[in-house]
Design a binder for this molecule. Structure first.
Ligand code: BGC
Length: 872
């Protein structure tokens, strides 16, 4: 019945590169979507035994796998009987560095039919020989004064972005050239005038005191016979720029000035090799980028362009020798994630002249990114300024008070000429509006959307356009805040990897996109930030001035995030039981009576809850139990049975302590708040009888005042209500338009999800792109459309299809799960209820139809019809 199957349009995103490319469904069982370490054909894999994984498709119902074989180079796993497998770790001889390995997976169906698919990956670097180099730090401040002494060309101590170059002779016959490169700061590399790769803000943000990611780029087509030039511009980035909400002191967070490290590995057709590396002999100078800072913005003086600096033949004798700053390679690690990329462009929906030479441009969508501007026929030295804002003030002027000290202002000084294109390279802003001053007319302007490249996996659509807009807003919030790390917001001077925000939003994020690589990298940041005593932090990567013992619900992300990633992607290596257990033991050690009271760091409570405050010990102890229980589960999965038993017993004792201290007669949870009930119900802290009473009390509170949760309860609201038979109320919340509510934001023009339910608050704490309240997105897929997995299931092996129509007339969702495509489409009207669903090979599903009928189905396409007044 494939012909009738649910239509899965590519995700509605301008990030078309991220949209899933859906091949036609093959007639028989076939693997597709091959990944190595959660990435498609990665260059520079650092894992000695990488995970190779695949999805499955078949047009035939019940065409399930029984076995697979992996072949990597000359190694074969042999046929492995495993009907659940969608991936396996490479088990052959040690992999050689900087080597391409082709690999193939073959899967067999029960009747012996085999399907296979091929892919490749390349390994990373083992031993580095390059040195770190920089523009002479002592000379930096005194070099190249702004061309006309203009103050706007320097900015509170921000310095011009150094350009570094070397030239070398090569012969023809280069068969393969790989550039391995990183920076303390940001880099943009060039080979013979060609921009290398399409990564933005590389090498990305980590705690550079512990780990610095490098990238590998294929530059083979750029090599020349004769003189060649390898060059890079570096900028401060998170390393030495303004980062977080601390004012910068050079060297305060990480470093004082940017540094570069690179090795170009050449292989010739006679088999010989050669390495060109950063070190002695490199030259540095400055060009058009007078400063580039993530928060402050970027300034280009196009008159200072050093034409041809990245090409052979350039005379760099007036440049300085680069300074070698060190040879320590111990912190360099291969990237685990796809980089930030420019993944879409938006044209203005309106441009208004608001003053002499001042245009206000509305891109119609709040994004993270920057503006690209073409300037035509201008005289040299004209200053064009681009300011950014998420909203307008009461007088239709750019509202920038909520950016705090993030100036988010880019400046171009024109060189003059027929056309100049200006696009900053080392900054990004959170904005919908841009105010451009200094031009009488705007010839060509567009917004460039930047975010970490996480392939989009989910689509959702229903009969209420406002709910669809909410879904889109949630997706935009995800794009704008997944910029190398999961941030709280992209606009103000914060943009930190707050752990609770990530934890509550993760289930939504996992439906929207394949975030396995992104979070694999970030979980390293989280573990890097863990204190020697076991305390997880509030933000990761850690940066000085913000290091505290993490707050309840924040630090617990160190357990909740890996657990959810394991369940969604089936990769048990996410479960770093040691670090999880160290956290649980840390809390237990400081709270011997098992009520989590002890705090050395801040307590954020149920952050931004509009309603009555949930008692802090209630929140904290609920999360303590959750972390202990999930760590016990994780230990069981990893075969650490003693640890599982120990932590399971601890979780039981915390549960008992919680019940004793906080659960009263009739299931009353201390504080009588929505979040208190939500946590107690979702984390299994109540007896069934107490649970029924608590769910009823929760429903009453929700009926009385709408949603009253902050960040720590919002993700649970609709799932818990519907799990306790109140999907009517969950739907009422979803469709509610009075504040506080999701659709209130939509009705008031939101194009992302706001930090505060009603968008009202002190300007300094009022972001219009914060995704925590967007964590309802999970329930759009799992509740409204009805795609979920059974409690013990991993990687959607046991799918649950349970649509909750409410009073919607239709909904559909497609989800490219780790196992393969799951889709649902249902219609509900006076005639009856009709459901189409697709279940991937290797999975089974339980389909819960409205009215209580339940069906077990195999993989394949299925259609169910309930005619009103009859059963299916
Ligand atoms: C951030 C939040 C974060 C919180 C901690 C805020 O400034 O924007 O998203 O989780 O601090 O309470």
């Amino acid at each position: 019945m494939i012909g009738n199957a649910v239509h899965c349009a590519p995700a509605q995103t301008p990030a078309s590169r991220s949209a899933p490319a859906r091949p036609p469904v093959p007639p028989r069982l076939t693997p597709y979507g091959l990944r190595c370490e959660h990435r498609r054909t990665p260059l520079g894999v650092g894992e000695p035994r990488p995970l190779l994984s695949w999805r499955l498709a078949s047009a035939q119902a019940g065409d399930d796998p029984v076995a697979y074989e992996l072949e990597v180079g000359d190694w074969s796993s042999g046929r492995i009987e495993d009907p659940a497998a969608i991936g396996a770790v490479y088990g052959g001889p040690p992999l050689l560095p900087r080597t391409r390995y082709g690999w193939r997976v073959t899967v067999w169906a029960r009747d012996g039919a085999a399907g296979s698919a091929e892919s490749w990956f390349e390994t990373g670097q083992d031993v580095w020989q390059a040195s770190w180099i920089a523009h002479d730090p002592a000379a930096v401040a005194h070099m190249d004064p702004p061309t006309d002494g203009d103050q706007a060309l320097s900015h509170h101590g921000l310095l011009p972005c150094p350009q570094l170059r070397t030239s070398f002779e090569s012969t023809a016959g280069v068969t393969r050239a790989r550039l391995l490169i990183s920076a303390k700061g940001l880099y943009e590399a060039r080979v013979n005038g060609h921009r290398v790769g399409d990564a933005e803000l590389a090498p990305g943000w980590t705690d550079y005191r512990r780990r610095i990611q490098y990238q590998v780029h294929d530059v083979t087509p750029f090599l020349l016979d004769g003189e060649n030039v390898l060059a890079a511009t570096v900028a401060d980035g998170w390393w030495s720029g303004f980062t977080g909400f601390d004012p910068r002191r050079p060297g305060y967070h990480y470093g004082r000035f940017p540094e570069l490290i690179a090795e170009l590995h050449l292989t010739f057709d006679d088999g010989s090799t050669r390495v060109v590396a950063t070190g002695e002999g490199w030259r540095t100078g400055h060009g058009r980028v007078r400063y580039g800072d993530l928060l402050k913005g970027e300034c280009h003086d196009a008159r200072a362009e050093t034409h041809g600096w990245d090409l052979p033949g350039f005379d760099d004798s007036s440049w300085r020798p680069a300074v070698v700053t060190g040879d320590d390679h111990s912190l360099l690690v291969a990237s685990r994630d796809e980089p930030v990329r420019a993944l879409g462009e938006l044209l203005p929906i309106s441009t208004v002249l608001v003053g002499p030479g001042v245009h206000l441009v509305d891109f119609g969508q709040n994004i993270a990114g920057r503006v690209r501007l073409a300037v035509r026929d201008q005289e040299p030295g004209r200053r064009v300024t681009v300011r950014h804002g998420e909203t307008l003030d009461g007088e239709d002027r750019l509202h920038t008070a909520n950016l705090r000290t993030a100036d988010a202002t880019d400046v171009l000084i024109t060189a003059g000429g027929a056309e100049e294109v200006f696009e900053p390279r080392f900054t990004y802003h959170g904005f919908r509006y841009a105010e451009v001053s200094g031009l009488d007319r705007l010839d060509d302007i567009r917004a460039v959307v930047l975010h970490s490249d996480t392939p989009w996996t989910g689509t959702f659509d229903c009969s209420d356009p406002e709910v669809n807009r909410l879904h889109d807003n949630i997706g935009w919030g995800q794009r704008g805040n997944f910029v190398s790390v999961p941030t709280d917001c992209p606009q103000r001077d914060e943009r930190l990897g707050w752990l609770a925000d990530a934890q509550v939003f993760l289930p939504t994020a996992c439906f929207n996109a394949d975030v396995s690589g992104f979070f694999s990298k970030w979980m390293r940041d989280v573990v890097d930030a863990q204190s020697p005593e076991g305390g997880f932090s509030n933000v990761a990567p850690l940066l000085s001035g913000v290091a505290d013992e993490g707050a309840p619900g924040w630090a617990d992300a160190g357990v909740l995030v890996p657990w959810h990633l394991y369940r969604v992607y089936g990769d048990d290596r996410f479960l770093d039981v040691d670090s999880m257990a160290r956290w649980v033991d840390f809390v237990a050690r400081h709270n011997p009576d098992l009520i989590w009271r002890h705090r050395t760091g801040p307590h954020f409570a149920d952050w931004l809850a509009p309603g009555p405050a949930t008692p802090r010990e209630v929140l904290a102890t609920a999360f303590f139990h959750r972390s202990a229980a999930l760590t016990a589960e994780a230990a069981r999965v990893r075969g650490l049975y003693g640890e599982a038993e120990r932590l399971g017993a601890l979780a039981d004792r915390v549960r008992a302590a919680f019940a004793e201290a906080f659960v009263g007669d009739g299931g009353l949870v201390e504080g009588d708040t929505q979040t208190g009930y939500l946590l107690a119900l979702a984390f299994g802290l109540l007896t069934p009888e107490q649970g029924r009473a608590a769910a009823a009390r929760l429903a009453t509170l929700v009926e009385e005042s709408g949603p009253q949760t902050g960040f720590l309860g919002v993700n649970l609201l609709c799932p818990v209500l519907s799990a306790h038979g109140r999907d009517d109320l969950a739907h009422a919340l979803l469709r509610r338009t009075d504040p506080p509510s999701w659709l209130y934001q939509v009705r008031h023009g939101a194009t992302t999800v706001w930090e505060r339910w009603d968008g009202v608050g002190a300007a300094s704490m009022n972001s219009f792109n914060h995704y925590a309240f967007g964590s309802i997105g999970e329930w759009l897929y799992s509740g409204v459309a009805g795609i979920d997995q059974a409690p013990g299931s991993v990687a959607f092996r046991e799918v649950v299809i349970r649509p909750l129509p409410g009073d919607l007339s239709r909904a559909s969702a497609c989800y490219e799960s780790a196992r393969g495509l799951i889709s649902v489409s249902w219609h509900n009207d006076a005639e009856g209820f009709r459901l189409e669903t697709r279940i991937p090979p290797g999975a089974t599903a339980t389909v819960h139809l409205p009215g209580g009928d339940t069906r077990r189905v195999t993989s394949g396409d299925h259609i169910f019809e309930l005619v009103r007044g009859e059963t299916a």
